[in-house]
Design a protein around this ligand. Sequence first.
Ligand SMILES: Nc1nc2c(ncn2[C@@H]2O[C@H](COP(=O)(O)OP(=O)(O)O)[C@@H](O)[C@H]2O)c(=O)[nH]1
Ligand SMILES: [Mg+2]
Length: 170
Amino acid sequence: MIINPLTFNLIHSNVINNVHFCREASKLCMAPVFENATTALFFVSCIAYDELQGTMNCLVDSCELFKIIINSRFFAYKSVILFFTKADLLEEKIKHSNIKEYFPDFQGDPQKLEDVQSFIFQLFDDRRRDKSKLLNHFFTMAGNVEHIRFVFSAVKEIILVNNLKSLETY
Ligand SMILES: Nc1nc2c(ncn2[C@@H]2O[C@H](COP(=O)(O)OP(=O)(O)O)[C@@H](O)[C@H]2O)c(=O)[nH]1
Ligand SMILES: [Mg+2]
C-alpha cells in the first residue's frame, strides 16, 4: 500500500505471524524497520476470535504481537493505527459463533456487533503500557468502497499530523 508523498512501514500479523519469532527477533528487526517511520499500521482479522494458530487463539496471538510492538521503545514517540479487517464478516460470524466461549471475560451481548467490537478493541488497548496517547483504530470492510475511502482519508490525515508533529521535534 503506498500513499504518496507519505511513506510508512506496514506490519501485518501474517508477515510476522509468530509471536515467539517476533519476541526473539524484535531487538534485531525493530530498529531498521521503524527508525524513520512516524506511523505503523497494524492489521488484525477481527473474525479470528474463534480460530487457532497451533494451540493459541489467533486473536490472542495478534494481541501478544501487538503488545511487543506497541510497548517497544521504538514506538515511544510514534503512532500505531490498528485495523480490524473483515468487519462485515464479523457481523455474520457473531450470529453463530459465540465469542464468550473463547473469551470467558466477555461481558455484554455476544450477538451485538458493538459489544463484540468494543471487547476486541479493548483486548488490544489493554496491552498498551502508555495510555497517554489515543489508539486510533478502524473496523474495515474491504468490499465497501465508500467505507474504504473514508478510512483512507482518515488514515492519511492521521499520518500527515504525525509527520508534522515529528518535524516539530527537530
Ligand atoms: N468480506 C470480506 N472479505 C475480506 C475482507 N478483507 C479481506 N477479505 C478476504 O479475505 C481473504 C484473506 O484476506 P487477507 O487480507 O489476506 O486477510 P487475512 O486472512 O487476515 O490474511 C481474501 O479472500 C480477501 O479478499 C473484508 O473486509 N471483507
Ligand atoms: Mg493474508
